[in-house]
Design a protein around this ligand. Structure first.
Ligand SMILES: C[S@@+](CC[C@H](N)C(=O)[O-])C[C@H]1O[C@@H](n2cnc3c(N)ncnc32)[C@H](O)[C@@H]1O
Length: 254
């Protein structure tokens, strides 16, 4: 799903506040963990948007993503981490089932990775895998699309453009809302234009699920994770409202 998308990903999200989101995760850990975390597993790490800043901050981070194209980009960034390259490692794998064979202080799952798990079975499997990689008391931090916010704001066709030194990238995302199944299907067309050359275009379909807090609580609990806190993302102290599209949950391993 993310094969073509990967080539444009970092350019399109260059304005995303990854450092601020890492601050959010650290603030959650400060509040809900009884020790400073040393190790982090980032499920669905993409191109390392959070993992690289975490490594720069001195955490030992493992990033796992099912897309080899995204992991290849994360690896390139890792190689430029002055003095901290050993703090990050990346692997291709499935957040629902890859067993890395050891445990972490903190498991994160950021930028709607959860929303790409569209069935209860997939969500439960991801939560169980997060639990498998935590000791009792360890923390799970995850953001996702919040159902009331999606239904209040309604998904709209959006175009995002970004310029790099060599090309202009434009991505148009056309949504179809499936209210019965809590799914937004996004028809995504990405165009690359380069001066003096013919542009190229690729098309991908992304299915993204929105959740209600009761669903998240039920599935976390079934996986052995106790929900501690829901909030608007990325504001740890902001109560979720029907107008918030992005939510976060913090849960502790039982
Ligand atoms: C919107 S991107 C977010 C990437 C990254 N967390 C970030 O914040 O930039 C969603 C990512 O989730 C990954 N993903 C979705 N489902 C996955 C799964 N079951 N296992 C591993 N990676 C998954 C995709 O490959 C993609 O890289």
């Amino acid at each position: 799903m993310f094969q073509q998308y990967a080539s444009a990903y970092d350019a399109l999200y260059q304005d995303k506040d990854y450092e601020g989101e890492c601050d959010f995760v650290q603030a959650a850990a400060d509040r809900y963990l009884d020790h400073r975390p040393a190790t982090i597993l980032d499920l669905g790490c993409g191109t390392g948007g959070h993992a690289i800043p975490f490594a720069q901050r001195g955490f030992r981070v493992t990033g796992l993503d099912q897309s080899a194209a995204m992991i290849e980009r994360a690896e390139r960034k890792r190689a430029t981490l002055n003095g901290h390259a050993d703090y990050a490692r990346f692997e291709v794998g499935d957040a629902r089932r890859t067993d890395l064979g050891h445990r972490f202080d903190l498991v994160t799952c950021m930028f709607a990775v959860l929303s790409y798990q569209t069935t209860d079975a997939d969500v439960l499997a991801l939560f169980q895998n997060a639990r498998r990689h935590l000791d009792t008391g360890g923390l799970f931090v995850c953001d996702y699309w919040h159902g009331p916010g999606v239904l209040t704001q309604r998904p709209l066709t959006r175009t995002k453009t970004a310029a790099t030194p060599t090309e202009t990238i434009s991505r148009t995302s056309t949504p179809t809302l499936d209210e019965a199944n809590h799914i937004v299907s996004l028809d995504i067309v990405t165009r690359h234009s380069r001066p003096g050359q013919r542009g190229d275009e690729s098309r991908e379909q992304h299915c993204v699920r929105y959740f209600f807090p009761s669903e998240i609580s039920r599935l976390l609990t079934a996986a052995g994770l106790r929900p501690l806190h829901f909030c608007a993302f990325p504001q740890l102290d902001q109560t979720l409202t029907d107008h918030d599209w992005n939510a976060a949950v913090i849960a502790r391993a039982n």
